[in-house]
Design a protein around this ligand. Structure first.
Ligand SMILES: *Cc1c(COP(=O)(O)O)cnc(C)c1O
Length: 359
């Protein structure tokens, strides 16, 4: 049995070497005679693992001392609520940039807690990022939220928005750890684990210490950032196995040479794939070139009647989960950190051969 090339948007591919290590250690983790998921999160062994994973993430992203890193249960969708609950304080408004499906969901959820001011929108097509010079910021907003990579339409910010009047909050679920990041520009960074960090069921929140003091009394304890910061994310039983897997992925990234090394590979993967699309007669990507995502590459067939044949044959060639999101159709190749250049090259070879067969 061989592993297929997996282009799933999430839960997504994990590095093979990480899976092998997890497999090797499954029955007997570090000589403890049990797996890592069968031991107390309050014991010294797991506490050491947890601290090491946090330190490795701090190292990778160069997270400054005055930020806490939280390992929280559940996905980013829960954070759509927890961000207003933890950050509004006495303020009643928050700014949101509307750039696609995920920011839309964040906006809808925040609307249950505050007045959402949409500073700009690229609706209905979501093929670009609205010019930040024209955003209608509200000076009384508690924070400004944006989605750095829209996973469905394949649109990615090419820089951190130059906003300094309010804390910047970013959903980085689908592009965290893909390249170096200046964490000091943010009030809060959050991400689900299942795209670039590990397995579904865990989220990472990186929050500046001064923002820990605005939580609503109604905030659930497990998602109360200040409580979780004080208790090292162990206010209750954390998703220990996911934490372990995330730690292995951080070690793998460090062994690759860190984020500038992985960024070069990501750059190359995206460049060759977009070039193959742009040079073809059959495939087309509609996203504003400046904002094309390096993680999620959606494209269409100019002969849409060939789509199901394309997807079936890709599947037979062991190129998996290329079907575009139901909202937009077409094809989407998600090429996160753990998807190797060989996978992208195999996809390009398949695309070229498929095109030749039909022209
Ligand atoms: C996947 C994703 C989410 C949602 O994550 P869940 O774990 O399903 O809650 C949120 N934002 C972005 C940008 C995503 O890609």
């Amino acid at each position: 049995m061989t592993r297929a090339y997996n282009f799933c948007a999430g839960p997504a591919a994990l590095p093979e070497i990480v899976l092998k290590q997890a497999q090797n250690e499954l029955l007997d983790w570090q000589g403890h005679g049990t797996s890592v998921m069968e031991i107390s999160h309050r014991g010294a062994a797991f506490e050491a693992l947890a601290a090491e994973a946090e330190n490795d993430l701090r190292l990778l992203l160069k997270v400054p001392e005055h930020y806490h890193i939280l390992f929280l249960p559940a996905g980013a969708t829960v954070q759509f609520s927890m961000i207003p609950l933890n950050l509004l304080g006495t303020k009643k408004k928050a700014d949101y940039v509307h750039t696609g499906h995920w920011s839309q969901k964040a906006i809808k959820e925040a609307g249950r807690y505050c007045d959402v001011n949409v500073v700009a929108s690229s609706a209905p097509d979501f093929l670009t990022i609205p010019n930040s010079a024209e955003w209608r910021l509200d000076p009384s907003a508690a924070y400004l939220h944006y989605t750095s990579n829209e996973t469905i339409a394949g649109v990615e910010f090419d820089q951190i928005p130059p906003v300094e009047s309010v804390p910047l909050v970013v959903d980085m679920s689908s592009n965290i750890l893909a390249e170096p990041l200046d964490v000091s520009r943010f009030g809060l960074i959050y991400a689900s684990a299942q795209k670039n960090i590990g397995a579904a069921g865990l989220s990472i929140v990186i929050v500046r210490d001064d923002l820990l003091h605005y939580a609503s009394p109604l905030t659930p304890t497990v998602f109360h950032y200040k409580t979780q910061a004080a208790q090292h994310s162990m206010a209750n039983t954390p998703p220990t196995y996911n934490w372990y897997l995330a730690g292995l992925v951080f070690k793998w990234l460090l062994a690759q040479g860190g984020l500038s090394a992985i960024a070069k590979i990501n750059q190359q993967k995206a460049a060759v794939l977009y070039e193959a699309i742009d040079k073809s007669q059959l495939y087309v990507n509609h996203v504003d070139k400046r904002y094309r995502s390096k993680m999620n590459v959606p494209f269409y067939l100019k002969r849409p009647e060939l789509l199901s044949e394309f997807l079936n044959q890709a599947n037979e060639a062991r190129l998996l989960y290329l079907k575009g999101h139901a909202l937009v159709g077409g094809v989407r190749a998600s090429i996160y950190n753990a998807v190797p250049l060989e996978a992208v090259q195999a996809l390009i070879a398949f695309m070229k051969a498929f095109e030749q067969r039909h022209f």
